[in-house]
Design a protein around this ligand. Structure first.
Ligand code: ZN
Length: 133
């Protein structure tokens, strides 16, 4: 599995975009709403991976709840897979807990699913697969 991106929960999207643009000497190349997660995402490329900034659009959404519990910071890491349904079956069979076993449509034209942090040493892990057009 390839590290596809790192998701970072932020309070202020504009300020965070500016900070990461400065830090990485690059520009946000995409900003996208993800209604299924009540977030706006911004993407920056760096090296062979990406940074995904996540800002909540709903005070009760998952990112808002994450920030109120733990503060802004790293929210998840995402690995790209070739066949997400096959990986879900494999991981469920091996006893991993998934937040949902049905892939959702995420940002950046991807099917996504999350592994529950309780089965991955406290790290929220996303699996993603590019949706073929
Ligand atoms: Zn992500």
């Amino acid at each position: 599995m390839k590290l596809e991106h790192i998701g970072i929960a932020v309070k202020d999207l504009k300020k965070s975009e500016k900070m990461y643009e400065e830090l990485l000497r690059t520009s946000v190349y995409k900003r996208e709403e993800v209604p299924s997660e009540s977030v706006i995402t911004s993407f920056l490329s760096t090296g062979s991976t990406k940074i995904e900034l996540l800002a909540s659009q709903d005070p009760d959404g998952p990112i808002a709840r994450f920030i109120s519990k733990r503060g802004p910071g790293i929210h998840h890491i995402a690995f790209e897979v070739n066949d997400i349904e096959m990986e879900i079956d494999r991981l469920v069979e091996q006893g991993y807990q998934l937040i949902s076993t049905k892939p959702k449509l995420g940002a950046d034209n991807k099917k996504i699913v999350f592994l529950h942090p309780s089965s991955t040493n406290g790290v929220l892990i996303e699996l993603c697969q590019e949706v073929k057009k």
